[in-house]
Design a protein around this ligand. Structure first.
Ligand SMILES: [Zn+2]
Ligand SMILES: [Zn+2]
Length: 154
C-alpha cells in the first residue's frame, strides 16, 4: 500500500495511469491511499483491453465515501477498488470475468466496479440487458449525472 499526497497528482504510477486518476474526487483530502497491486492490475487490464480506460472513482476518503453512499468498509476507502468506464464495457467485463477470477467484479449500467480484496466477490446491479449497451465514452458530466442515480456501496 502506498500513501501519496494530493500535491503529487502528476505522478505516473504506471505506463497509462497517473495518481490524479486514482485520487479521491472530494478534492479536499490530503492523503491518497492507493494499493500497488491495484495499479499493476489496472495496467494489466489496460494492456489487454488495448484502449483507454477511464477511472471514474478509485480511492475515497471516509467522508467522501459516506457522501456517495458507500458502505462503511468499502474497498474504495482501502485503496483496493476502481470503478471503470470505457468504450466497450462488455469487452472489459469479459476480460475480468475470464482472466481475473481472483478479482472482484460488480457490473452496473454505466461502469464496472473491480477490486483486489482477498475473498473476491461478483455481483450484478445492472438494469439493462447486455445487448442494449451503447458503446461510447461518456463525458464527465454524464458520468457525474449517472453517479447521482447509482449507489455503489462496495
Ligand atoms: Zn476525499
Ligand atoms: Zn466501486
Amino acid at each position: 500500500m502506498a500513501i501519496y499526497k494530493r500535491s503529487e497528482s502528476d505522478k505516473q504510477l504506471s505506463k497509462n495511469f497517473k495518481l490524479s486518476e486514482l485520487m479521491c474526487k472530494c478534492g479536499q483530502c490530503e492523503e491518497q491511499i492507493v494499493h500497488d497491486d491495484l495499479v499493476s492490475y489496472l495496467q494489466e487490464l489496460r494492456d489487454l483491453y488495448g484502449h483507454p480506460i477511464k477511472i471514474t472513482s478509485a480511492y475515497r476518503c471516509p467522508n467522501h465515501n459516506e457522501n456517495v453512499g458507500g458502505v462503511l468498509n468499502s474497498s474504495h476507502v482501502k485503496g483496493w477498488a476502481a470503478d471503470l468506464q470505457c468504450d466497450s464495457l462488455p469487452i472489459l467485463e469479459e476480460i475480468i470475468d475470464q482472466m481475473f477470477s481472483e478479482k472482484s467484479l460488480g457490473v452496473y449500467d454505466v461502469f464496472i466496479h473491480t477490486d483486489i480484496r482477498a475473498e473476491s466477490k461478483r455481483w450484478n446491479n445492472r438494469t439493462i440487458v447486455k445487448k442494449e449497451y451503447l458503446p461510447k465514452l461518456m463525458s464527465v458530466q454524464e458520468i457525474n449525472d449517472a453517479y447521482k442515480k447509482i449507489e455503489d456501496g462496495e
